[in-house]
Ligand binder design. Structure first.
Ligand SMILES: C[S@@+](CC[C@H](N)C(=O)[O-])C[C@H]1O[C@@H](n2cnc3c(N)ncnc32)[C@H](O)[C@@H]1O
Length: 253
């Protein structure tokens, strides 16, 4: 089986279209996985994915790279805290979406800041393609290295420390709705005041990135904010109807 045929097989088995991801990077990661698991070739991997549910789960987890932690890029969160939340707080039906939410650290960081600002009527949506990450997000139990950037007073207020792990309190977790979603194929909800899609489309081809940005902008209210990861600059944001307002942060015009 060659790589093109393998991509088709993968699409059928795990419903991910690898053609939307950067070819070299994905190809290298898949070859690493094959060698690490002594699977010999693409056919061996395809067979394992078809027959072994656990292998399928772990492979999807590996492929989609789900590293995340609370208050990742603190300067971005500082701007959200000081400028974005106080602005959108004035709107009715405030809606916030973390697209590619991984283990939930990003949306929970926002929900904590919103709680601190008494933005109580907000709706929080978090979506990811990886069911395993979503399960972890719902569980909301984190390791030390995932909460290192949580300010001390917020850590004390919102987390319960248990055997070297930190459990986020229900008052925050209950505010967030997690949904499994493939950003490349599924329909988006609309009317958001703030969308975060960080460290997700770095792995996509530039064509997929452009399409996604347009879809996100379409899902924003006028004046809504769009936040990307530190390695994901939007070149010429005005072509999407966006203006750059801060490091990694854009606003719909
Ligand atoms: C590196 S994590 C980013 C987590 C978080 N946004 C952050 O910046 O800390 C990337 C996430 O994107 C998700 N992802 C990758 N491809 C996706 C797709 N096509 N649709 C939805 N989520 C996807 C992965 O499962 C993973 O959880």
């Amino acid at each position: 089986m060659d790589y093109s045929l393998f991509k088709q097989e993968i699409h059928d088995i795990i419903k991910i279209d690898l053609n939307c991801y950067k070819e070299q990077q994905m190809h290298r990661r898949i070859l690493q996985w094959i060698s690490r698991h002594d699977l010999i070739d693409y056919s061996g991997l395809a067979q394992a994915l078809k027959t072994d549910q656990e292998h399928r789960k772990k492979f999807l987890d590996y492929l989609t790279i789900n590293t995340s932690h609370f208050f990742r890029d603190p300067s971005v969160f500082a701007y959200i805290e000081q400028e974005v939340l106080p602005t959108i707080k004035k709107n009715s039906n405030v809606r916030i979406w973390s697209a590619g939410c991984s283990i939930g650290a990003e949306i929970y960081s926002i929900a904590i800041l919103a709680e601190e600002q008494r933005l109580s009527a907000a709706t929080f949506l978090a979506t990811d393609i990886d069911q395993f990450s979503i399960e972890q997000a719902k569980e909301a139990v984190y390791r030390q290295n995932q909460i290192n950037y949580v300010p001390e007073h917020l850590l004390r207020k919102y987390f319960i420390s248990k055997n070297n792990h930190y459990e986020l309190k229900k008052s925050i977790t209950e505010q967030v709705t997690f949904v499994k979603q493939n950003l490349l194929t599924d329909i988006f909800e609309g009317n958001f005041d703030l969308i975060l899609c960080r460290n997700v489309f770095i792995y996509f081809t530039s064509e997929s990135q452009q399409k996604l940005i347009a879809k996100f902008v379409n899902s924003l209210k006028k004046g809504g904010y769009f936040v990307v990861g530190s390695a994901e600059h939007i070149i010429n944001p005005s072509q999407f109807g966006l203006a750059r307002v801060s490091y990694c942060i854009y606003q719909k015009q």
